[in-house]
Design a protein around this ligand. Structure first.
Ligand code: HPA
Length: 234
């Protein structure tokens, strides 16, 4: 039991999927897990444990943004022995090479968030995905015919920012914007845990196009399958 997770030691598997949305955590458990049971309900930030292809697996919602993600990642690793954390989420597209529904495997994540700035001064930490997870996800995507880009994303504190805000990042090859990966990678690195963020491009900040609800759902199904296979193969 921690301030944010009411589970008991042993209630989480060593591998945990991390969506932002609690109802997506419930949907993942109900859709993909065998014998799923709820292990967290504090703040309605739902967590479940079950098995996937007979291997223990958990899913825990993180809420939105880096402070919230840092709390759940920290508690899962330090109080529940979690070793592998795979974020499954959506992102906004900021690069012309990424199309709606494409998957981004985040090799690294820039940020405008200040947590690392203070902690690493005078350095600027470059958080990285675990290579084994990244390689497994890239291989799995290729086998399944899923269009997956491997590259940098940005974890922004602003969902509603001024137009043109990400241009300098686009100019440096950054592919998408979401709000969680940078701190997930940092918290995992500090503890020697493995982390990867997998994002489906749900809306394009360049063209304004967005996935319709049916495509959003089927792309999520595809991404979660990819995440489960990669997490258990790595
Ligand atoms: N910004 C931040 N996070 C996101 C976005 C976005 O445009 N789309 C999906 N997650």
């Amino acid at each position: 039991m921690t301030p944010h997770l009411e589970a008991k030691l042993g209630d989480y598997a060593e591998t945990v999927l991390l969506p932002g949305d609690p109802l997506r955590a419930k949907w993942i458990a109900e859709t993909f897990f065998e014998d799923a049971r709820q292990v967290n309900g504090i703040r309605n930030c739902l967590g479940f444990t079950g098995s996937y292809k007979s291997r223990p697996i958990s899913v825990q919602a993180t809420g939105m943004g880096q402070p919230s993600t840092a709390i759940y990642a920290h508690e899962l690793i330090h109080f529940f022995g979690v070793k592998t954390l795979v974020r499954v989420g959506t992102c906004g597209g900021i690069h012309p090479s990424v199309k709606l529904r494409d998957v981004i495997l985040a090799q690294t994540a820039s940020t405008d968030n200040g947590m690392n700035r203070a902690a690493f001064a005078p350095f600027e930490f470059a958080p990285a995905a675990d290579f084994g997870l990244l390689r497994a996800a890239a291989g799995e995507a290729e086998r399944r015919g899923i269009k997956a880009h491997v590259g940098g994303i940005v974890s922004s504190d602003l969902f509603y920012g001024p137009e043109g805000r990400y241009q300098v990042l686009t100019d440096h090859g950054v592919l998408g914007v979401e709000m969680e990966a940078n701190t997930l990678y940092t918290v995992a690195a500090r503890a020697g845990a493995k982390a990867l963020a997998i994002c489906t491009m749900s809306d394009c900040l360049i063209t304004g196009a967005a996935l319709d609800p049916a495509s959003r759902q089927s792309s999520l199904t595809e991404m979660v399958t990819l995440a489960l296979e990669a997490a258990l193969a790595a």
